[in-house]
Design a protein around this ligand. Sequence first.
Ligand SMILES: NC(=O)c1ccc[n+]([C@@H]2O[C@H](COP(=O)([O-])OP(=O)(O)OC[C@H]3O[C@@H](n4cnc5c(N)ncnc54)[C@H](OP(=O)(O)O)[C@@H]3O)[C@@H](O)[C@H]2O)c1
Length: 276
Amino acid sequence: MSQGQGTALITGASAGIGAVYADRLAQRGYDLVLVARDAAKLNELASRLRDETGVMIEVLSADLADANDRRKVEARLQADDITMLVNNAGIAVSGPTISMDPERLDAMIHLNMVVATRLARAVASGMAQRRKGDIVNIASVVAIRGDQPAISVGYGASKAYLLAFSEGLDSELSSYGVRVQAVLPGATRTELWAKGGIDINTLPQEVVMETGEMVDAALAGLDQGERVTIPSLPDIADWVAFKADRAALGPNLSRRLPADRYGSRSSGLAPLPKAS
Ligand SMILES: NC(=O)c1ccc[n+]([C@@H]2O[C@H](COP(=O)([O-])OP(=O)(O)OC[C@H]3O[C@@H](n4cnc5c(N)ncnc54)[C@H](OP(=O)(O)O)[C@@H]3O)[C@@H](O)[C@H]2O)c1
């Protein structure tokens, strides 16, 4: 029975980061809806967590790449009991773009971007009406390193989309009391790497975080009201400075005339001063 936290729906709960979110949110008293394709793994996890915590757990086996299955999940997200969505299901296809199987590239972009967006959209309006809810989007630190793509360019770009979507959606929803958090893990020890064709043991081990520590940090970030959580980043001031530099570009990003360096007629206008 719910201990007042309502219900959290977690996608990709059968393994890795999603399974740890299930564990931690059950410990916090959330009822759960667990979504992934592997029903046997979901049922095993649900049974253990029911025994350990007494919360109510539904298993919703769904292939989110399939439109009918995705609609079932969207419908479940529109129920009034949902107080949290953890948009976690994702895949990483590795390798150079020019040699990547286009169908696998398409599947990755679809799951990491389109499905995450559709699910957030499905849950957001009810949360806004109820003035309560958290949408947690599991992006990645590769979202901010498009210049140094790890895993693959498409993977990094899909996570950059999710970060931008999260920040924008948070702006839209914050006045309704709905929080949108983007979590940007670095390398985290899960099966994702092997599924993407990379042996995680070949990475320097000082860059690899254990999954439990990553999720605990992400939840602590949410508790502290962070909208972007980078579990590895020692000093949050570095993220604040990054955002301030980005914001300082703002006044000069859309102007009537091109900049002088492009050789067109002078705007006669000096660049607007940066915000202090
Ligand atoms: N591990 C890392 O280093 C790392 C770093 C940054 C961000 N992330 C992100 O963290 C998220 C979770 O990844 P993970 O590392 O925990 O990977 P994982 O261990 O491979 O787990 C991925 C989960 O997604 C589910 N999933 C995959 N395709 C699905 C589909 N079509 N429909 C429904 N569920 C599907 C899988 O379940 P089924 O196979 O049962 O469907 C599984 O539960 C991903 O978005 C990933 O990009 C991971």
